[in-house]
Design a protein. Structure first.
Length: 145
């Protein structure tokens, strides 16, 4: 039910999927991947990362490498910093108890240049090999209008 509150469906959502991180420990060598089909090259879209962390996550932020694979084999790579807590350690986002849900906008008002199959790959880019108490990571694509 908690997931439904943050990740509920709305009419602008084109794609949304969340993946559970095994043992709530996200390692460098295990990216989260999502594939989706694009037919509309006219409408503009917003790109989001969904994340769920527990109170045991040791940092107030997380850096991500986000790679978009285009149908023609080209890549676009972004480095994104997501703030999970304020300077006093108070978690942002919503949630009940130990889990905190976040949604981060990382591309805004973008058109797809090509129709076809796209893939998003999200890697954690922190200095630690393992990020403990990251429970889920997801991708959301929505139309701007």
């Amino acid at each position: 039910m908690l997931a439904c509150s943050l990740w509920a469906c709305d009419s602008k959502v084109v794609f949304e999927e969340n993946q559970e991180i095994p043992d709530a420990t996200w390692t460098w060598d295990h990216p989260v991947q999502f594939s989706f089909e694009v037919a509309d090259t006219v409408t503009r879209h917003n790109f989001y990362v969904n994340m769920r962390n527990g109170n045991g996550y040791e940092y107030s932020n997380v850096f991500l490498f986000i790679t978009l694979h285009f149908p023609n084999g080209k890549l676009s790579i972004d480095t994104v910093e997501c703030f999970l807590a304020d300077p006093t350690g108070q978690w942002y986002g919503s949630g009940i108890g130990n889990l905190h849900d976040h949604r981060f906008l990382f591309k805004q008002n973008k058109q797809f240049p090509l129709a076809g199959q796209y893939k998003i790959e999200i890697n954690q880019a922190m200095r630690e090999e393992e990020l403990v108490d990251i429970h889920d990571v997801g991708f959301r694509l929505s139309r701007t209008h």
